[in-house]
Design a protein around this ligand. Sequence first.
Ligand code: SIN
Length: 304
Amino acid sequence: MVDLSVSLAGLELDNPVIPASGVFGYGQEYKDFYDINVLGSISVKGTTAEPRFGNPTPRIAECKEGMLNSVGLQNPGIAEVVGRCLPELKKIYRKKVILNVSGFSVDEYAYCAAAAEKADNVGIIEVNVSCPNVHDGGMAFGTKPENVLAVTRAVKKASTRPVFVKLSPNVTDITETALAAAEGGADGISLINTLVGMRIDLKTRRPVLAAKSGGFSGPAIFPIALRMVYQVFEAVKLPIMGIGGISSAEDVMEMMLAGATAVQVGAANLVSPTACRDIINDLPRVMKKYSVTKLSDIIGEAHK
Ligand code: SIN
């Protein structure tokens, strides 16, 4: 018997595999494919104070080994998420979930976190200071350490739940924003969000995305995400959710060796809707292959 359980800032997870925010909605789309209760947790779509339609289309572009999105934080707003989406999710998923909150001001982040106090199935607040697809919000916060510090402090004050700050890779040194989040009182770090990229259509000779650029995700970014998780693990003594191009049980173990306590799987769910379940099912085989009986034992082992 192998043990897949991990403890994430006080939240006990059966296994470390979590669908990343933005690829799993509020859980409903996936319930017909498999019993989503096998998931360690779920990070729900990034939520803002008011409903948002998002960016104009096209807002998805396929690439080799990945994809670009410029969704622009489409969501029904925090009142609807707390009043309907989270209670609906509770009917089909019995564990605690991660509420990803975003905003255009420090107050908006804090407002969303405070509103989530009413939702008893929220186990962690994930502060998205790294969405590359909106002006004056998201990444505009996440690339400046002083903003990360201010947002983290405000959300910590507004919430009784553990707070993870989701960092942008679009910086020179990700340890600076990780340290700012730690100084602001973060209970953990999620990294990485997408890398800014673009495609140009040869026929129209114009950018494929209406927003011109978008966030690149998928297997191609895995080595970058892994390197940043490794760096952040050395810089701050906080639990990490590793995100970026994870698509196999081997990738999960590599991320954990770099320092992740749990992982979020993003684009792989859009390639195969059963990706997370398949990874969880395959973990025992890969653990046995590498003589691991307790998965949490390998967290950060690559640093020894
Ligand atoms: C989006 O809605 O634009 C994607 C969210 C993100 O990258 O944080």
